[in-house]
Design a binder for this molecule. Structure first.
Ligand code: ADP
Length: 236
């Protein structure tokens, strides 16, 4: 699904990704984790073609992505901060994204799932953070792409909506989709992720299941296992 070889990215003197190799097979939920500033967003933006690497190659769905942007049609992306004009109404935004992507969409089902009917005529600027996030989730999941990338998808969601989001993600996984998620919520990772990709100092420090990470760090719970990585590397 995704193959990354010898990826380098620096911003000026700041080497963010250094000789990074990563292979993600199709199907399943992958959590991209790592301390703040470890390069998670840079890696995801490189896969999306929003950051241009200095060196290395990225293949998505068997195609080299360099100067070949068509592959983006096969990705549904939920950005961490989606800034749309505040005077746009929810239904106008959904229409606009549909027109832009020109793909079949199932927005009605998702609007119903998240109870967004009363907000369709409201301007985005008047919505709460959580409601905006639900709208963004609809925009992401309404298309049927094989690769879904979610940057902090739980932000601002109430418990009922969080359950719906999890169901939605699992449903897509069961349909064979590949889902890449970044999040700071470790409980979410423990519950949802098939594999963890842990970034540290510009490279992949660990790739494997929650159980494998606990074995590697000799911890019995996941939160401590994640915390142990930073202590272990600090000791090293
Ligand atoms: P993470 O998502 O893991 O918190 P990022 O990928 O956002 O990390 O950032 C990694 C490093 O790259 C940070 O030091 C950040 O300051 C730097 N960085 C990210 N984007 C840019 C940019 N557009 N210009 C300059 N530096 C950047």
């Amino acid at each position: 699904m995704i193959q990354i070889d010898s990826l380098h990215k620096n911003f000026g003197k700041n080497q963010v990704l250094s000789n990074l190799d990563l292979e993600i097979h199709g199907g399943g939920i992958f959590a991209v984790l790592g301390p703040n500033g470890s390069g998670k967003t840079t890696l995801i933006k490189s896969i999306l073609g929003m950051v241009v690497p200095n060196k290395g190659s990225i293949t998505v769905l068997d195609k080299r992505i360099k100067k070949n942007w068509k592959y983006r049609q096969e990705i549904d992306y939920l950005p961490q901060i989606a800034n749309f004009p505040g005077n746009l109404r929810v239904k106008e935004l959904i229409r606009m994204i549909k027109d832009l992507r020109q793909k079949e969409s199932k927005e009605l089902e998702l609007i119903k799932l998240f109870g967004l009917e009363p907000y369709l005529d409201k301007k985005l600027g008047t919505l709460s953070g959580g409601t905006k996030q639900k709208v963004n989730i609809v925009l992401t999941f309404m298309f049927d792409s094989p690769l879904i990338i979610l940057d902090e998808p739980t932000t601002g969601l109430d418990p009922a909506s969080l359950i719906k989001l999890k169901q939605l993600i699992l449903q897509e996984k069961n349909r064979g989709k590949t889902i890449l998620i970044t999040t700071h919520i470790m409980q979410f990772v423990e519950e949802m992720a098939d594999e963890i990709v842990y970034l540290l100092e510009g490279n992949i420090y660990f790739k494997g299941s929650v159980e494998q990470l606990m074995t590697k760090t000799k911890q019995t719970d996941f939160e401590h296992a994640i915390a142990a990585i930073s202590t272990q590397t600090a000791d090293a």
